[in-house]
Design a protein around this ligand. Structure first.
Ligand SMILES: [Zn+2]
Length: 504
């Protein structure tokens, strides 16, 4: 063994030795970090720090890509005009940003770059090294243990009002915070741990602050946020800060499931403007979509289970993997429902089903059930003496290549998610209805979309789609006039099919 290798091995041992870790005192390490950032007294004397910047955020934490394939291209939200004031003495932050989708989107709200304002508190302030370090050094914070990770010193700390630990990692050379980490509950992903990486420290009025913030999830290593800071200001006077109204909003009335009969043995079961059909078979009920979140899906299942004495919802058809459409997947599994979806969604749905929720137990953690999956390739028919339900793979649809929709041929009812929505402002994949109806030779009279007020005549759906396609074309035209070229422009499909290309 060469001398150089032995030296390297000894260095590695020293680096990972638990003895050395145990000898370090968490508080002393944190105080050293405060010293490196500008001195604890200086940090504690700050009233506020305000920064501005811009960046990108993963749409639905990476659960909004065209498919659930880990190699599917990421969909990003563009975040601009960010301004955040960290009120360090009170532990709250005022946050403002403008954002727009960097992909074709159906709603004005996703494309309008309106400034949005929110007030943040608690763990929401752990994503920046300054409030994170001050939280770790607070008198009532519980510290420890100290561990090593990839050459960084990692200190666990539990602030007084937290249900479990957060972590801060220090660079052994500069002593500056390298990352912070915390766990929060997530409807689709169970316990979700975020690591916020800090890079590019520069001094501002004697305080070292990072110019780069990047957040990484413990799900597929997704980069959830990339933020580049372009200015820091200390102790900004109130007259220069946004006036964030502290409005007390009355809590909304508890949501209720709204049940509408569509045909004998077919109901629309909806909560807060989203839902889908429940279909009766000889021995069971089958539900379309586990939309929204746990509460919404359990309300729909409970309402459905009251419809026919002796029959329960035993399966759920999942139109596609997008996180709004699978927010209730774990809740549905907790009731033992079989999952039916396109074969291409099996692995992501299994991933969602198998993630732990031990720190923040959800319905599935309290009532664990196995993941049972029935794949759809081109077509799957559920049929018994009383009912025939056909499930088809969605074609000609840039929003969800692994989508399915369902059709009740006797009732001539179509059940679908994200083929369309009466409330959409723009339609960029407008040929979806016509293409699927023609491709599978079906003849729906009524459509039950996941988004919206409920069942609507197919003729109205097609008229809505034509109007929404025209609005998208108009949007693209006005943006181009202003020199801006939005993703999805020019529109490629109208309600009939692909548009003729114009020479460029
Ligand atoms: Zn979708």
């Amino acid at each position: 063994m060469g001398r150089r290798i032995i030296v390297a091995l000894l260095a590695m041992l020293a680096f990972t030795s638990p003895v050395r870790v145990a000898a370090q005192d968490a508080r002393a390490l944190l105080e050293q970090a405060a010293e490196a950032m500008g001195g604890l007294e200086r940090l504690r004397s700050l009233d506020n720090v305000t920064y501005t910047g811009f960046g990108q955020r993963a749409y639905y934490q990476g659960g909004g890509n065209i498919t659930g394939d880990p190699q599917a291209p990421m969909k990003w939200q563009n975040v601009t005009d960010v301004q955040r004031t960290l009120h360090l003495k009170t532990g709250v932050a005022d946050y403002q940003e403008r954002w727009g989708q960097e992909f074709p989107f159906a709603g004005t709200f996703g494309l309008d770059y309106q400034r949005r304002t929110s007030t943040q508190s608690g763990e929401q302030l752990l994503d920046h090294p300054l409030p994170a370090l001050l939280a770790a050094l607070a008198d009532d914070t519980e510290l420890g243990p100290v561990t090593w990770e990839d050459g960084l010193t990692v200190i666990a700390f539990t602030p007084a009002n937290h249900s479990g630990p957060a972590w801060i990692a220090l660079d052994p050379a500069s002593h500056l915070p390298r990352f912070s980490r915390w766990t929060s509950p997530h409807a689709n992903l169970g316990d979700l741990t975020t690591t916020a990486w800090f890079s590019g420290y520069l001094p501002f009025a004697g305080v070292q602050l990072p110019m780069g913030l990047r957040q990484e999830l413990d799900w597929r290593g997704v980069t959830n946020l990339m933020l580049q800071i372009d200015s820091y200001r200390m102790n900004v006077p109130a007259s220069q800060l946004p006036r964030v109204a502290s409005v007390t909003i009355a809590p909304p009335p508890p949501p209720q499931a709204q049940v509408t009969s569509l045909a004998p043995g077919v109901w629309d079961v909806r909560v807060n403007g989203a839902g889908a059909a429940v279909v009766e078979f000889a021995n069971r009920l089958v539900m379309f979509e586990a939309y929204g979140g746990e509460a919404q899906t359990l309300l729909r299942i409970d309402a459905a289970n009251r419809l026919v004495p002796g029959k329960q919802v035993e399966a759920v058809i999942v139109s596609h993997h997008h996180f709004d459409h699978t927010g209730g997947l774990r809740a549905a599994l907790s009731r033992g429902l079989e999952v039916i979806s396109h074969r291409g969604n099996e692995s992501i749905l299994r991933e969602l089903a198998e993630r732990p929720a031990t720190r923040f137990p959800d319905a599935l953690a309290r009532n664990p059930r196995p993941f049972r999956f029935t794949p759809v390739d081109e077509r799957l028919v559920l049929e018994d003496a009383t009912r025939r339900l056909e499930i088809y793979r969605v074609i000609e649809h840039s929003h969800m290549p692994n989508g399915v929709f369902a059709y009740l041929p006797a009732e001539r009812i179509m059940l679908e998610g994200d083929l369309g929505d009466e409330a959409w402002n723009y339609h960029f994949w407008g040929s979806g209805y016509a293409a699927n109806i023609a491709h599978y030779g079906i003849a729906p009279e009524t459509n039950v979309p996941v988004h919206g007020s409920g069942a609507i005549p197919m003729a109205t759906v097609l008229a809505n789609t034509a109007r929404q396609v025209a609005a998208a074309q108009e949007l693209c035209r006005t943006l181009a006039e202003g020199g801006r070229f939005q993703q999805g422009c020019p529109v490629q499909y109208d309600a009939e099919g692909a548009l003729a290309l114009e020479p460029r």
